[in-house]
Design a protein around this ligand. Structure first.
Ligand SMILES: O=C1C[C@@](O)(C(=O)O)C[C@@H](O)[C@@H]1O
Length: 162
């Protein structure tokens, strides 16, 4: 039976965290040819609904500041976050601090990029996070966020059965 909008009764609630880095607050108006017309608010709203349907709770956070993102990753440990979905924006290509924070909390995460970073400038081909990520989703547009949530859900389900 369809149970839209309500947590699935047989699944335990996990806390998931969606992090978006610099300039992603401009999604919808920022270079729409590359990033599409969906706003971050629309993406977050759809993802919260999807998370709830899958039986999870999703917290969303965006910042243009590296230290705030590091703080939010550190905070995730005390909030019992089971999985992080992160589009680090330009910090993907520069931030050892974000890498260290993710290693420190040891919470599995999926790295998301709306655009195909491999089809752009060469400096976007290097990520400080990809080799420590549980998965990466690149170039699928805003759909990438939904795919990442599904992947996290599958990983959590597998972990809880092993
Ligand atoms: O800000 C962004 C967005 C991005 O992470 C993406 O979602 O495609 C790709 C990054 O290279 C860029 O700096």
């Amino acid at each position: 039976m369809h149970n839209a909008g309500k947590p699935h009764p047989s699944r335990s609630l996990s806390h998931l965290l969606l992090l978006n880095g610099p300039n992603l607050n401009l999604l919808g108006t920022r270079e729409p040819g590359l990033y599409g017309r969906c706003t971050l608010a629309e993406i977050e709203q759809a993802l919260c609904a999807q998370a709830q349907e899958l039986g999870h709770r999703l917290t969303c956070f965006q910042s243009n500041h590296e230290g705030e993102l590091v703080d939010r990753v550190q905070q995730a440990r005390s909030e019992d976050v089971a999985f992080i979905l992160i589009n680090p924006g330009a910090y993907t290509h520069t931030s050892v601090a974000l890498r260290d924070a993710l290693l420190a909390v040891a919470i599995p995460f999926i790295e998301i990029h709306v655009s195909n970073v491999y089809a752009r400038e060469s400096f976007r081909r290097h990520s400080y996070l990809s080799d420590i990520a549980s998965g990466i989703i690149i170039g699928c547009g805003p759909l990438g966020y939904r795919l990442a949530l599904l992947a996290a859900h599958e990983r959590l389900a597998t972990a809880s059965h092993s």
